[in-house]
Ligand binder design. Sequence first.
Ligand code: KG4
Ligand code: ZN
Length: 332
Amino acid sequence: MKVLAIESSCDETSVAVLEDGREVLSNVIATQINTHKKFGGVVPEVASRQHVEAINVVLKEAIDEAGVDLSEIDLVAATKGPGLIGALLVGLSAGKTIAMSMNKPFVGVNHIVGHVCANYISFKDLEPPFIGLIISGGHTYLIEVNDYVDFTLHGRTQDDAVGEAFDKVARSLGLEYPGGPIIDRLAKEGKDTIEFPRVMIKENNYDFSFSGLKTAVLNYLNSKRQKGEEIVKEDVCKSFEEAVVDVLIEKTFRLANEKNIDKIVLSGGVSANSRIREAFNERAKDEDKKIFYPELKLCTDNAAMIGSAGYYLYKAGKVDKENFANPNLGLD
Ligand code: KG4
Ligand code: ZN
């Protein structure tokens, strides 16, 4: 089954063609990051306009690169939420229009589920059940993936998403948007010398909170600046990163042990972080668990992951007839 997939929930316009949910024939991504950099974050209206400009070009490129004709497509999938409403509408309308005009089925996909499914592309033998940790710019969820289309939500952030904390800390250090990859790089040269809080680590639940950690970093920086003391950016990055890693690991492994599940699957933009990957792998060795995370290109937003999720939804007969854009779509 050939799936044409479209992703436009935030600042990437992406179109992919997949064979049977796991084989990528093309995955074209047009990023708007350079446009939003000068504003220090994504400007929704600018994002919508850029999606409109990019969508047809990206679509054509994806079809050409896959070496298929539109008439050979069996299913069209597009992100229906969560995300920026104007941005979502561009990809969703394009997807529905193609499906309708070609008389093909259409499936609207939850972007968060898409992130998890990126792993099915990177690991051809990976199958549920597993524990899923989704860490991106907008989302932080700890779930049990019972089946391709069935999830149990165990925890989520109560305030900022992990990636949001990375980006805000980076901004306060005067680093460019998106700050996650820059913090990743600087932290490698830093020392874990500053004691930042491990918020909610001991609490008897699977929720997270990153806004307190972000505030602690900002307070540290303000106090240093007021006293005229030197700020070692690398050490701030490393200490912040370790505080994030500790809570993510503690809660994820606790859930995996409670449920007696040995596969832990990371996804979302922040799963590109090299220290997070390393720390999960180290802990997994001690506890006899297996860690999965997608190849770098599939960690951040892309249409291939949406195609994979769309394929499994369609196969399970879980096709929502209405498919309205929903900026606040969650996992519950
Ligand atoms: O999944 P994604 O592309 O978009 C959302 O669905 O939100 O994630 C983007 C987020 C940004 O916050 C970015 O700073 C973060 O992923 N990110 C990273 C790294 N690469 C991207 N954070 C930490 N370390 C990285 N290497
Ligand atoms: Zn995303």
